[in-house]
Design a protein around this ligand. Sequence first.
Ligand code: FES
Length: 190
Amino acid sequence: MNPQTISTPQAADAGTASAIPIPNPLCEQPDFSVPAEMVAVLDELTTHYPRKRSASLMLLHAVEERYGYVSRQAVEWIAARLELAPINVYELVTFYPMFHRQPTGRFHLRICRTLSCALRDSYKIHDHFCRKLGLDPHGHGAQTSKDGMFTVEFVECLASCGTAPVIQCNDTFHEEVTLEKADKILEGCK
Ligand code: FES
């Protein structure tokens, strides 16, 4: 896939290369559009910040909540709304792990693989989920089941090391997870 390019004001000002390539292209969402009522709410909320730029995370959260991920079109839309270069929004999307760069399943299972959880068998839980959902236990990155219901992904420390192993299913944390608990979590999603 060809790297996307995102223009920056500096590049434009310099009159040189009009874009900086980015190594990891964002997902395309050709039908991306934001309903008028949502635009009105976001525009009003933006006025509460001293600078438009300060509303970047708030707009990203709104897009993530509505569409489930942040596409190239969404980054460009937010940048235009806040009078920024798209790269200013892109760098937030790639820095914060709560923003998805591709569509995910209805239930997103994040399994901590950092030391405390790894020592307490989080790899076995990841393996268990993958096998039950028809995913590759050795696959890298987020994987989504064929029915689009579940996305399984290893993540780094979820900040509850004392109750390892820890997983997160959408916004809910589960601590001291065993294989039996993992099965119950899946059952609870159906
Ligand atoms: S190591 Fe898993 S929550 Fe910290």
